[in-house]
Design a protein around this ligand. Structure first.
Ligand code: C2E
Ligand code: CA
Ligand code: CA
Ligand code: CA
Length: 271
């Protein structure tokens, strides 16, 4: 027993060490990677469930690292949120999305692009002016750029963050509450928060097929959203069965592998 215990600890330290090493390398290479444009902006379609019509796209960042190959955002976004680099990266993603919107408009193919806004980005008090300025630079109306702000940024005690989100909305940006239902949001706050669209977290679909209770919660959220005139986009829709279920529940919009995976701009444009 003593032997295997020791081995487990050694193994644990090994993976901890590897994780720290990877993190260190990520931090060491992030700035030059941004300059070299190793980061790319992929697009994933959002669709109307009834018709399959394309209604928008979400911009998702990808890192083609020269040494490690493709690294998933789940591995580097948390690191960048910790060390503050996320703001520089997001500025790059937002600007790229604006450039795409401008090019599409010239080609007469206009659909909104949603970009992710990290909770830590909201601490930049001039964020509304920065984003408005960006839209001006690319001749865009602010409502062509949607902002996905994760549910956990709406924490009750953070008046400061809420104020920035309100100012973004007043500036004309469409606010999508991301990952709704994944945290501790309470339903009664939905009516007074600055939100235009709700994105229902994929946790509801991952487990709903065999969980009637979770399905009932999902139905309640969809009904309430309709009462409040808030469109709902279900995230993580992978199968036809899930789409049929959502349609029956009255959910108007969806995003997920069933409609398309995140893809490079040129591929998306053909799509
Ligand atoms: P998110 O904003 O909730 O984005 C949705 C994630 O679900 C994406 O993962 C997407 O590829 C994935 N997804 C889409 N459809 C399906 C599906 O049908 N099934 C499954 N299993 N997954 C699906 P991704 O691209 O790895 O991004 C992970 C998270 O990283 C995002 O979650 C977002 O929080 C963050 N992120 C991504 N790009 C950016 C960015 O440019 N800026 C910031 N601040 N965060 C970003
Ligand atoms: Ca998102
Ligand atoms: Ca989400
Ligand atoms: Ca998220």
């Amino acid at each position: 027993i003593k032997g295997s215990y020791g081995r487990r600890i050694a193994q644990y330290n090994h993976t901890m060490h590897e994780k720290l090493m990877l993190e260190q390398k990520i931090v060491n290479t992030m700035v030059e990677s941004l300059q070299r444009e190793d980061f790319q902006v992929y697009l994933q379609p959002k669709a109307e469930i009834n018709t399959g019509r394309l209604i928008g796209a979400e911009a998702l960042v990808r890192w083609k690292h020269p040494e490690f190959g493709m690294i998933s955002p789940g591995d580097f976004i948390p690191v960048f949120e910790k060390n503050g680099f996320i703001y520089s990266l997001d500025l790059f993603v937002w600007r790229t999305a604006c450039r795409m919107l401008r090019d599409w408009k010239k080609a007469n193919r206009s659909i909104p692009i949603s970009v992710n806004v990290s909770r830590t980005d909201l601490y930049h008090k001039d964020l509304p002016e920065t984003l408005s300025g960006m839209c001006r630079d690319y001749d865009l109306a602010p409502d062509e750029l949607h902002l996905e702000i994760t549910e956990s940024s709406y924490v009750r005690d953070s008046v400061q963050l809420l104020t920035v989100i309100r100012r973004l909305r007043q500036a004309g940006f469409i606010i999508e509450m991301d990952d709704f239902g994944s945290g501790y949001s309470s339903l009664n706050t939905l009516s007074d928060l600055p939100i235009d669209i709700i994105k229902l977290d994929m946790i509801f679909l991952r487990q709903s097929e065999n969980n009637l209770r979770r399905q009932k919660v999902m139905q309640l959220i969809i009904d309430l959203a309709r009462e409040l005139d808030l469109p709902v986009i279900a995230e993580g829709v992978e199968t036809e069965e899930q789409a049929i279920l959502l349609k029956a529940m009255g959910c108007p919009y969806a995003q997920g592998y069933l409609y398309g995976r995140p893809m490079p701009e040129t591929e998306f444009f053909k799509f």
